[in-house]
Design a protein around this ligand. Structure first.
Ligand code: FPP
Length: 242
């Protein structure tokens, strides 16, 4: 895939994929039908990210709170992810995409963890685009697990207590599940909802936010490019005066 000539391209674009259920309902179908169509939008956004030169694309695929959905829907969604990952692995690798899953993986079934491990190992050396799937993830879970890791490190290394307590924001970043990944420049949420729903609470501190009415299954390459055009016009000041 060739890269387009563009200016002010965000390094990291993140998507809160919302509206699958409503998309299906509008068509008189079961909610899961929207999730199946949503996989097509995932594919379209991955292609568009490669074409536009975005380096990191992350997708909020399943939150910690989503475990509270009806069991049948959760089961279908998990099965859909196993299939999508297995089906797309070759294509992702061919296009230089590094695949990662971030979240509370202890809650995932073995078959899903196995395919995630296989896909991550297979694509680990790729750098054209890093595709991150946030699965069983929530911002508060991430901050809490980071704080716990820090506390354990202090208990195990009391002689380093001062060094740990002196740590700044960048030091804390290293305990987060997203360590090593740049913060998202742009977070897009589909389906007209204007909230973050416990997503990247720490990492999104200075992200540009874009809320679009399009339902996720309709969010394809044109919408992705429009989101980049919106971003290109933003004036990011990070609390400073220019
Ligand atoms: C939100 O729509 C969507 C989800 C919770 C699931 C998104 C997952 C996919 C599209 C599959 C992704 C697959 C891979 C491999 C990453 P909703 O159900 O909350 O919709 P509603 O708000 O209209 O009810």
């Amino acid at each position: 895939m060739a890269t387009e000539e563009r200016t002010n391209v965000p390094v990291h674009v993140s998507m809160i994929m919302d509206g699958n259920g409503r998309w299906a309902k509008e068509r008189g179908k079961e909610r899961v039908y929207g999730h199946f169509e949503g996989v097509g939008s995932v594919r379209a956004c991955v292609e568009a990210a490669v074409e536009t030169g975005v380096r990191y694309l992350s997708l909020y695929a399943f939150s910690e709170e989503n475990w509270n959905r009806p069991e049948a829907e959760v089961k279908t969604l998990m099965g859909l992810m196993v299939k999508a990952m297995a089906d797309e692995m070759d294509e992702l690798d061919r296009n230089g995409v590094r695949f990662m899953v971030i979240g509370n993986r202890e809650r995932l079934d073995k078959d899903l963890n196995d395919v995630v491990d296989a896909c991550m190992a297979r694509t680990a050396g790729n750098r054209t685009l890093t595709l991150i799937i946030f699965l069983s993830y929530s911002g508060k879970w991430d901050i809490l697990q980071a704080a716990k890791k820090m506390a354990v490190k202090m208990l195990e290394n009391p002689e380093k207590a001062d060094e740990i307590l002196d740590m700044g924001v960048e030091g804390f970043d290293r305990y987060l599940a997203t360590a090593g990944i740049p913060d998202p420049d742009l977070i897009v949420r589909t389906s007209g909802e204007c909230r973050l729903s416990n997503y990247l609470l720490w990492q999104g501190a200075y992200s540009e936010l874009l809320f679009v009415d399009t339902l996720w299954p309709d969010f394809r390459k044109d919408e992705f490019r429009k989101a980049l055009e919106y971003y290109a016009k933003r004036d990011r000041r990070y609390g400073k005066v220019k």
